[in-house]
Design a protein around this ligand. Structure first.
Ligand SMILES: [Zn+2]
Length: 414
């Protein structure tokens, strides 16, 4: 059995006035896990149908506490201790008079960059937990590519503004800020969405994964507004989609793509001395493609992230308020109900019937598959025939490739 797991914390839960809840509910720290694949020595018995979905993601632990490095490390160690125990003393399951001895292979991939740094002991947030001396890839931690797309797009916007001001002063310089706002205003007009605005309530930014995906989808417009190399933006779009892809990739081609992209970035922004982790991380993509026995969508962190949306709903709507324990117990119960394997599978089958697997024409050369198998789309996720038949916008976004659906944070995924 191949399993993945990882902790994540979330804030912004409904606050209650009762004293017994106060001081408990600032931050919910949960550890999730997922059974990815069950295989015998010569046969695959089960593969999770959608590893990026919250419905196949089970809760392991749940507590009201802040995420700390010590706690993350403790969870990581406990998880792998349990995996070692299972391998020393395998679980026996009998099905149709056949006894299966189940051992476990695990990867701690449902983590973000912060948790990855905590596990390897990297205190420098500009450093990479996968590179020497930390070698996170050997510690079986995941690459956490899910957030990289947004972070990389924000980084591009900041540096495009810096590049536009003579002398390339710091990003806090008033001229650079002014330029960044004017570029964002122009993008807002063209893409018809908020860019670099404070969230309602004043805390955090309006930018999210959907915004980043939409900006990259129309890479030429995005690049011309920022006045940067369109090829760079296009390659960033391709590599960020490959990193979350549900298709088998050619590691050699991915390596070539990274070499071109990193050169384009340094050429475009000569004042950059070192790439930030969100972009540098893509240099490890080819390594993961070679090392992992499954596709990249199995090791991104979004299933755990999506679970938090469920917890945020189940707390005010489905959980008792009789005590802090009852409250958490009900949230746990809800989480285990929605991720019940049979129910999840049924829901998935009815949803799956509506989806066709399609991909972007620019990405074919990176897929380790016969070309005939892949249904093509243009850059906007619909096929030419969809367009001609007049399917409305919702239909076409429903039938986007899994790779595009994957970080649709606002979509109610199954
Ligand atoms: Zn690295």
């Amino acid at each position: 059995m191949h399993v993945s797991a990882g902790p994540d914390s979330a804030t912004g839960f409904s606050h209650y006035n009762q004293a017994k809840f106060l001081a408990h509910d600032d931050s919910l720290f949960t550890e999730h896990y997922m059974s990815m694949r069950l295989e015998t020595s010569n046969q695959t018995l089960y593969i999770v149908p959608n590893p990026q979905s919250d419905t196949f993601c089970r809760v392991r632990t749940m507590c009201w506490t802040k995420e700390t490095d010590d706690l993350t490390r403790e969870m990581y160690n406990k998880f792998f201790e349990e995996i070692d125990e299972i391998n020393l003393d395998p679980v026996h399951v009998e099905i149709d008079n056949v006894t299966l001895q189940v051992r476990a292979k695990a990867i701690y991939s449902m983590i973000d960059g912060k948790a990855a740094n905590a596990i390897v002991g990297n205190r420098n947030t500009h450093g990479c937990p996968l590179c020497p001396p930390y070698y996170g890839i050997n510690k079986m931690i995941g690459p956490s590519f899910f957030h990289s797309r947004l972070n990389a797009v924000e980084w591009l916007m900041r540096n495009a503004a810096k590049k536009a001001v003579p002398g390339n002063p710091a990003q806090t310089h008033p001229e650079v800020r002014k330029e960044a706002r004017s570029q964002a205003d122009e993008l807002e007009q063209y893409f018809n969405m908020n860019i670099n605005r404070p969230k309602i309530g004043g805390c955090g930014s309006s930018n999210n994964g959907n915004m980043a995906r939409k900006l990259l989808e129309n890479s030429e417009q995005f690049a011309s507004t920022l006045n940067i190399n369109a090829g760079l933006v296009k390659n960033l779009k391709i590599i960020s989609s490959l990193a979350l892809s549900s298709r088998k990739l050619k590691s050699g081609k991915v390596k070539e793509l990274w070499a071109i992209l990193s050169k384009q970035i340094f050429d475009e922004f000569p004042f950059i001395k070192k790439l930030p982790p969100c972009i540098h991380k893509y240099s490890h993509l080819a390594e993961f493609v070679d090392k992992l026995p499954y596709t990249m969508n199995f090791v991104d962190e979004q299933s755990g992230e999506r679970c938090h949306k469920r917890h945020k709903f189940s707390r005010p709507h489905l959980s008792r308020k009789t005590s802090a324990e009852d409250n958490l117990m009900d949230m746990m119960r809800e989480a285990l109900t929605w991720s019940d394997p049979k129910m999840s599978y049924l829901a998935y089958q009815s949803y799956r019937a509506k989806i066709e697997k399609k991909c972007d024409i620019e990405m074919i050369e990176y897929f380790d598959q016969e070309k005939e198998e892949i249904k093509l789309t243009n850059n906007y996720g619909y096929t030419e025939s969809d367009k001609n038949s007049g399917s409305d916008e919702n239909d076409s976004s429903d039938s986007e490739s899994e790779d595009n659906l994957s970080d649709d944070e606002d979509s109610d995924s199954i």
